[in-house]
Write a protein that binds this ligand. Structure first.
Ligand code: MRU
Length: 370
């Protein structure tokens, strides 16, 4: 996608130095556009854990590149053990987004295919990291192509009035390698000239909506308003939301959706108001092992400081200030699970399906053995 007219992805190999990975350091957005050089797997693990990069697809791509960086530095006489340690280190950074585990496993298979040939392993890990990134971008583009039909159908009933979409967190291109998931149909509809307006949930405590989704939409020229997290229900009751689209960090093969904390409440409000609630995700976000999202998906608990403080721009620099009484403790659950029964459908790179085992099976029959 474009930043001030120039095309960027969220992660790439440095043009003149393929031993360095470059990322957009999202901690500084929307106030500063900072590109960070990542040279080691340790630096990549920190970048994932501390959310320089974030969002399910991008976490997966970052892990893919992290395995390549690990191979560049791994001692030749202890290569296999060192790579196992690197994979464990990356896997431990963030538990909920299944793309992380998926990308690391994909790289471990590549490693195995190279046998004892270290140089071949390095070459293949690099190729695979780039393939994971390219695939992520292409799948998101296709999600946009499929999802735009939902927006077109609503637009057809609105006589030129803008279609109002509510989204939560950032499932935009910053959360992936390009295009995004929840935002891909929005960008595609906007590019087709469909009048659109987006309600952007601020998404406390990290404010991915207020900081990142709002910035992305602004860069793309999409009309939007940032709203406090609790506003959505009121808007829905007053006919001001036509469609909700969110992303997902892990979705079970039965259609239960783990996404940023607060998503479940939006799904409940949408159901109460008969508003379609769709989830856009690539198949790399589907957990083919888990049936019961509420009880089986690991929910990341982050540092309570993120709840107790708030970070913003004071006109000159980014500052973090205390929000709560100094001694009030806080808890910080980062995700929740929306049961499949509240989800109108899943928008994937293969099309739109019902959020159910039958629906997912129809699009991905090869993933089911019986
Ligand atoms: O904690 P984050 O910012 O990595 O959160 C993940 C997300 O980006 C959202 O939950 C998003 O809606 C999922 S789609 C990548």
């Amino acid at each position: 996608m474009k930043v001030q007219g120039q095309h960027y992805r969220t992660i790439w190999l440095k043009a003149d130095d393929p031993t360095t990975v470059q990322i957009i350091d999202q901690r500084h957005l929307p106030h500063l556009f900072v590109i960070e050089d990542i040279r080691t797997v340790q630096e990549m693990a920190v970048a994932i854990r501390d959310m320089h990069v974030r969002g399910a697809g991008l976490i997966g791509a970052a892990a893919g590149f992290g395995m390549y960086l690990a191979a560049l530095a791994a001692p030749r006489d202890d290569f296999a053990a060192s790579m196992q340690a690197a994979s464990a280190h990356l896997r431990a950074t963030r538990p909920t987004a299944v793309n992380l585990e998926w990308a690391v496993s994909r790289q471990l298979q590549v490693l195995q295919s190279a046998g004892d040939d270290v140089e071949l392993a390095i070459a293949r890990l690099r190729q695979e990291a780039e393939a994971i990134a390219d695939e992520d971008a292409e799948f998101c583009r296709r999600i946009g192509e499929h999802g735009v039909s939902l927006i077109e159908a609503i637009a057809g009933r609105k006589n030129g009035e803008p279609v109002n979409i509510l989204t939560h967190c950032n499932a935009g291109w910053l959360a992936f390698v390009d295009y995004g998931t929840a935002t891909a149909p929005i960008y595609a509809a906007h590019d087709r000239g469909i009048p659109m307006h987006v309600w952007v949930d601020e998404t406390r405590p990290r404010n991915q909506g207020a900081r990142l989704t709002a910035w992305e939409l602004g860069q793309h020229g999409v009309s939007h308003h940032v709203i406090a997290d609790n506003v959505g229900g009121h808007l829905m009751q007053h006919g001001m939301v036509d469609l909700v689209i969110t992303g997902s960090d892990r979705t079970t093969y039965t259609g239960d959706v783990a996404n940023k904390i607060g998503t479940y409440l939006k799904a409940l409000a949408a159901r109460d108001n008969d508003i379609p609630f769709y989830v856009a995700l690539p198949s790399s976000t589907i957990d083919w092992q888990k049936r019961d999202g509420v009880h089986e998906i690991p929910i990341e608990q982050r540092d309570a400081t993120e709840v107790r403080t708030i970070r913003g721009w004071d006109g000159e620099q980014l500052r973090t200030v205390l929000l709560t009484p100094p001694h009030s403790p806080a808890v910080n659950y980062a995700f929740d699970v929306t049961p499949a029964r509240l989800v109108s459908g899943l928008i994937t790179e293969r099309g739109i399906c019902e959020a159910s085992e039958a629906g997912v099976r129809r699009l991905y029959p090869e993933k089911f053995t019986s």
